[in-house]
Design a protein around this ligand. Structure first.
Ligand code: PDD
Length: 283
């Protein structure tokens, strides 16, 4: 039996009921976090908590118990017997339940806080085979920095990639490569690593932030600069990253092949640094 969290209680997931008037259901009016558990520790829990709070601030939702985020996550791991597994915590906070009206409820209602834990893949010995991705127009809004639960543009775009046998879709906005539908992207050209700068057009990924640190530790040059789509054929390597699957090398953007079909040298160096960090966190 799966245990999930709703508004202060841990309950059998199958018994959880959410009002049809919840603004998350009616408007997609909420934000979320996804954090990985590595059989004994969470990866950058402080980073996730800070981003959760920032997302809430940006859309003016007040979950006064947000300080419980880590304790709730830990209890979900325990209650679902995932202590010695790799797992993901999903937590979302919506503006709460009120009759449908575009204006925020007045007076404010309690937010709806829902979370679950799910078994996930572990960190692999190597980044695995490179995968094809679809390059596609970014049809999302211009506040991609908010980890909104309203992900229709992401899911439609990802589905298009999925139906073509591709593993991610990478967005292009104003001629520049921004990020994936559920990941950030790093691009290597002339031995320099490029990733789109923190801005309204990307989610500031926790993995992205740490990969920039790993690259620095490995003596690699990273530029947080927009990379033009027109230069894609000059790429030596590329990989996308997120909390659930860490780092995945890219073999092609549409028809444009990249590298040799497996992780390149720069990707491998960063991967090794990632692995060493996880080993040190494990203690
Ligand atoms: N997605 N960009 C987007 C649009 C994302 O949805 C994600 C994460 C990232 C990477 O962020 P992080 O490194 O903090 O996981 C970048 C999660 C995993 C999801 O929606 O399931």
């Amino acid at each position: 039996m799966e245990t999930a969290y709703l508004n202060g209680s841990f309950l059998p997931k199958q018994d959880i009921k959410i009002s049809p008037d919840d603004r998350g259901f009616l408007f997609g009016d909420g934000i979320y976090e996804v954090m990985k558990w590595y059989a004994g520790f969470f990866y950058d829990p402080q980073g996730h908590l800070e981003r959760l709070r920032r997302s809430m601030r940006e859309i003016r939702i007040d979950w006064s118990q947000s300080g419980d985020f880590l304790a709730v996550s830990r209890e979900l791991i325990r209650a679902n017997s995932l202590d010695n597994e790799h797992a993901l915590i999903y937590l979302q906070v919506t503006r709460g339940t009120a009759p449908r009206n575009h204006a925020f409820p007045e007076p404010a209602v309690e937010p709806t806080v829902y979370a679950f834990a799910r078994k996930a893949g572990g960190f692999k010995d190597d980044p695995g085979p490179a995968v094809p991705v679809l390059l596609t127009k970014d049809i999302r809004w211009s506040r991609c920095d908010i980890k909104s639960i309203a992900l229709l543009a992401n899911t439609i775009s990802f589905q298009n990639a999925h139906e073509k046998g591709m593993k991610e879709c990478i967005f292009v906005r104003d001629g520049f490569i921004t990020e994936g539908s559920r990941s950030n992207i790093f691009l290597v050209a002339d031995n320099i690593i490029y990733t789109y700068p923190q801005s309204d057009y990307i989610l500031s990924g926790i993995t992205r932030k740490n990969i920039i640190r790993y690259a620095g530790e490995a003596g690699l040059e990273v530029r947080e600069e927009p990379f033009p789509e027109t230069r894609i054929h000059t790429l030596q390597e590329a990989f996308f990253c997120n909390s659930s699957s860490e780092l995945t090398p890219v073999s092609s953007f549409g028809d444009v092949k990249i590298g040799s079909g497996s992780a390149g040298q720069v990707t491998m160096k960063i991967y090794e640094q990632f692995r060493a960090d996880l080993a040190s966190l494990k203690g």
